[in-house]
Design a binder for this molecule. Structure first.
Ligand code: FDA
Length: 504
């Protein structure tokens, strides 16, 4: 078998990986980036790169034969999901018993499928979750750097008040106001000027054509439009797609050897190769990076890895719910797929909640107000290695999700009481009003200052780094990608200065 060698390797192309690749490239370090998903840049026969949410096809999901949308039903009928051909599609749902984790697959990772909400966490909460990180530096330097490089923009409040596409958000704001709650605009990496032109019918529709979780054909500044082309533009970075890293070994000379699988577009393994590197950066996300190190420890490949590998994982307190509106309270038939408003009750002393006002972009009036709430759930899961399947299994039980429901219920009972409304019981497959069996925001597993040092250097293994969502201990209080990006900017700056530049 041929062994390629690259001075630096980055695993993954999500937020942490993209930052890492760009800064390595700028510093003149030849860097190979390995991504298990495909590159999403070529239109299919229908003229679109992605398949959209109303008629999803094989492009929608990663190696599944039926789509698995979080909103499982309407009036208890499975009208949402569709049979599809097995393909290396853009959204994966990884099932771990009582918890299913959604992740993006492809060049850009989660940025391809997410709701684009670009929220900087409240400083006091950031200090609470990562007390060892200098908050002055984060808020003075790295959050601004991340926001600028991600292309974060703000909605024009005057347009928001009159447009059709946010009628649903204005309605939820009215209901929140009535309950005495505060709403706030949510910054975004979706281009609000483009959205405005969508509504004016000047450009092809994307956010206004119900596109979100299976990719946006227009308007979204995903990482393949921002950090990643900048990284390639340095001339030092190469991205290899459909390449899944399976194992990490350390050689006697201190370099690392990776075993990678090359996949075809339907997920078959077409080749297995070895790649060598001196500096190895894990950016495969909370599930991906944690699994790689847990497997390395448990198979004896990297036996000195600490017991902290696989610990302190959380859902960011995610829960979804719907409220049934009165007949006279309509949400509108055109709903922007990109949320722009949230209910900010994070300072509630008993039940902190930040609830994004979510669209239900079905193209018809459903009299539903939908929310994805982020709560402060102190429960944490952990991963164990299952040798039979050679994979990491998440240990998370249904009762660990109860604090999430309690918090959301406290808030939305209040909204319902003030407005004389009730919960929807028909949206999640059975009669439950709160869906907390999935998360969009997996965080932790390789926590900063525990499994790694304070800059993501893996304890026990020089030149091995983690720089993604697995560093964050289970919660950020807001949607996490701005935090992941800013923290990655901070870590790579230090690592470049101390570990790579000094050695030349
Ligand atoms: P990320 O998961 O982005 O990237 C990891 C990459 O590594 C993937 O491309 C994966 O394919 C690849 N990979 C994994 N294992 C590998 C291996 N062994 N070999 C090679 N490649 C491998 N956040 C937010 O702030 N605002 C929002 O609006 C939303 N909305 C949202 C909606 C949906 C549907 C989802 C699924 C997620 C969100 N999020 C979000 C969450 C956000 O997208 C998420 O927190 C980040 O993408 C995580 O960034 P990371 O850098 O940690 O990894």
């Amino acid at each position: 078998r041929r062994t390629d060698f690259s001075p630096a390797v980055v695993i993954g192309t999500g937020y942490g990986a993209a930052v890492t690749a760009l800064r390595l490239g700028e510093a003149g370090v030849p860097t190979l980036v390995l991504e298990m998903g495909r590159l999403w840049d070529t239109p299919a026969d229908d003229g679109n790169v992605f398949s959209g949410m109303l008629r999803p096809d094989k492009r929608s999901m990663w190696l599944k034969t039926r789509t698995e949308a979080p909103l499982a039903s309407f009036l208890w009928i499975d009208v949402v999901n569709r049979d599809i051909e097995r393909y290396t599609g853009v959204l994966d749902r990884v099932d771990h018993g009582d918890m299913s984790v959604y992740v993006g697959r492809g060049v850009g990772g989660g940025s391809l499928v997410n709701g684009a909400m670009a929220v900087t966490p409240k400083r006091h909460y950031f200090e609470e979750i990562l007390p060892s990180v200098d908050a002055d530096e984060m808020y003075g330097k790295y959050f601004p750097r991340a926001n600028a490089a991600l292309g974060v923009n703000h909605i024009d409040p005057a347009w928001f008040e009159t447009c059709r596409s946010y009628k649903y958000a204005r309605l939820s704001r009215k209901h929140a106001d009535k309950a005495g709650l505060t709403t706030t605009f949510v910054p975004s990496v979706y281009d609000f000027d483009y959205m405005r032109r969508e509504e004016a019918k000047e450009v092809p529709r994307s956010a206004l054509a119900s596109e979100v979780i299976y990719g946006n054909n227009h308007g979204k500044r995903s990482l393949d439009k921002t950090y990643l082309p900048a990284a390639l533009g340095t001339g030092n970075v190469t991205i290899r797609t459909l390449t899944e890293v399976r194992a990490i070994h350390r050689q006697s000379d201190g370099t690392y050897r990776l075993t990678v699988r090359e996949l075809d577009e339907v997920g078959n393994v077409v080749a297995t190769r070895e790649i060598g590197t001196r500096y190895l950066f894990l950016g495969a996300g909370s599930l991906g990076s944690t699994e790689l190190l847990l497997r390395a420890r448990e198979t004896g490949a990297l036996p000195e890895l600490s017991g902290e590998v696989g610990q302190c994982w959380g859902t960011n307190g995610n829960v979804m719910l719907g409220r049934a509106n009165h007949m006279w309270d309509t949400t509108g038939t055109v709903q922007s797929g990109m949320p722009a408003l949230g209910i900010d009750a994070w300072d509630d002393p008993e039940h902190p909640v930040f609830a994004e006002i979510a669209p239900m972009p079905a193209g018809l009036e459903l009299w539903v107000s939908l929310y994805l709430a982020i709560t402060k759930n102190p429960e944490r899961g952990h991963f164990t290695y299952d040798a039979t399947s050679d994979s990491a299994r998440l240990n998370w039980t249904a009762d660990q999700g109860q604090p999430t429901i309690d918090a959301a219920k406290a808030l939305f009972d209040r909204v319902n009481r003030a407005n004389g409304t009730i919960y929807r019981h028909d949206l999640f497959g059975d009669t439950r009003p709160f869906e907390n069996r999935f998360t969009y925001h997996p965080l932790g597993g390789l926590v900063l200052g525990r499994a790694t040092d304070l800059y993501g250097r893996v304890r026990g293994y020089p030149n091995l780094y983690v720089n993604d969502g697995s560093l964050i201990p289970g919660s950020t209080g807001v949607n996490p990608f701005v935090t992941i990006t800013a923290l990655a900017e901070r870590n790579i700056e230090r690592v470049l200065a101390e570990d790579l530049r000094q050695r030349g």
